[in-house]
Design a protein around this ligand. Structure first.
Ligand SMILES: [Zn+2]
Ligand SMILES: [Zn+2]
Length: 407
């Protein structure tokens, strides 16, 4: 279950309620749709129950998503829903506990009074600390871990110094003894890049309404057939291709996928990939020079389905011809950013490998060089209960698609 966020409509000031992972919202008062276009994780603050002249905000790292672990000869996965202290200190609580579930968060705004403790951990470091479970360490060796996030953000807990204690302004209770790190360099005000960047959901090229769902990270313009993603200064045009575009008809669903062109020491070409993963296929001579692509779903799915589909699409790349950019209908929403596609390369490699014992030990020292990332809109035919991609012979049940949304 996601944490709730409240803020004001950038157009009319009306109250907006949304989920922590939402980006696109339509104001119920002025009917204008807006998009939160930040490229970095959102920064939220919990509301204070009691006032303080000079609050001190303590950073927490928020992660909700799937953790994939390559351990022994297996690729396993589990869903993680956590907060973790970003300023490691023995006197501070390691997580936010239930606070965000009972309070509505707000975006950090530059007007917020008070000081911020710096966040000393990256998301990767915080997750590594949480995964450092001594019980698990006794089991088979962990070769690689990947975190495919559905919600990643920073959440600030407002506190105040009172006498010799640090006071929690959310729960209205003592948090712990006063921190002795008086020399710690505090951040005097919210940094400008922490505030939400609201953009009207209008096509920068033609002015038409952009299409997407609330968690979309890419918006589509059905009018001029363009795709847009958040950039440092607003919307950035996103190149896409539609393979088998001639087959798009009334019952077609365009499923978005990331095609990540990647290369590593032992994986220079598609032929290298097929050999290293021991695929039961005859290596075609042209594969020796063909670049290697990974093809990952660009939408949320349960971990098991995500791995299966990414594996099938990646193995089917020989049947994928490059297509023109065509958007005869609005594609299925893109709610998994390209960074998560890149994050999943090693787990796809490991899950595809027929002889896992050859692959697993290579994972720690395998460093992919990313050559390019393109959005593919792959046409699937709606057969009632399933969507079917005829040319690649890949199925996905509509139930599995729906399940991914509320993970
Ligand atoms: Zn409004
Ligand atoms: Zn347009």
């Amino acid at each position: 279950m996601g944490f709730a966020v409240e803020h004001e409509c950038p157009q009319c000031g009306g109250a907006i309620a949304m989920d922590e992972a939402d980006r696109l919202f339509r104001c119920p008062y002025c009917a204008v749709s807006s998009f939160v276009a930040n490229t970095e994780p959102f920064c939220f603050v919990l509301p204070t129950r009691v006032q303080a002249a000079e609050p001190l905000y303590v950073p927490f790292i928020r992660f909700r998503g799937a953790v994939y672990t390559c351990q022994g000869l297996e690729v396993s996965h589990r869903v993680l829903d956590v907060t973790h202290l970003g300023f490691p200190h023995p006197r501070l609580p390691v997580s936010l506990g239930f606070r965000p579930q009972v309070m509505k968060m707000r975006f950090v705004s530059p007007e917020l009074p008070g000081f911020f403790l710096p966040c000393h951990l990256s998301l990767a470091e915080a997750l590594a600390r949480m995964n450092n479970n001594p019980l698990r360490a006794q089991q088979a060796h962990v070769f690689h871990r990947a975190h495919i996030g559905e919600a990643c953000s920073f959440i600030y807990l407002p506190t105040a110094r009172r006498g010799n204690v640090l006071y929690d302004l959310v729960t209205d209770s003592v948090l712990g003894p006063l921190l002795d790190d008086q020399n710690e360099r505090l951040i005097p005000a919210a940094r400008p890049e922490w505030r939400p960047l609201f953009l009207p959901a209008l096509c920068p090229d033609c002015g038409a309404n952009l299409a997407g769902d609330k968690e979309s990270v890419v918006l589509f313009c059905p009018n001029c057939e363009s795709a847009w993603e958040p950039g440092k200064t607003g919307y950035q045009p996103l190149a896409y291709e539609t393979p088998f575009a001639d087959n798009v008809g009334a019952t077609t669903v365009l499923l978005p996928c990331w095609r990540v062109s990647a290369m590593a020491d032992r994986l220079q070409t598609l032929a290298d990939f097929m050999r290293l993963t021991n695929q039961p296929k005859v290596i075609a001579p042209e594969w020796e020079t063909r670049p290697l692509n990974f093809i990952t779903p660009a939408f949320k799915l349960r971990p098991k389905i995500y791995l299966r589909l990414a594996g099938q699409l990646t193995l089917a790349q020989t049947g994928l011809t490059s297509g023109a950019a065509a958007m005869e209908k609005t594609p299925y929403p893109v709610n998994l950013p390209k960074s998560e596609g890149v994050e999943s390369l090693k787990i796809i490699l490991a899950s595809i490998a027929v002889a896992k014992k050859n692959i697993m030990p290579l994972l720690p020292d395998l460093h992919f060089q990313i050559k390019g990332i393109t959005l593919l809109l792959v046409p699937f035919q709606d057969n009632g209960e399933t969507l079917y991609q005829e040319q690649l012979d890949i199925n996905i049940s509509k139930q599995d698609l729906g399940f991914g949304q509320g993970l």
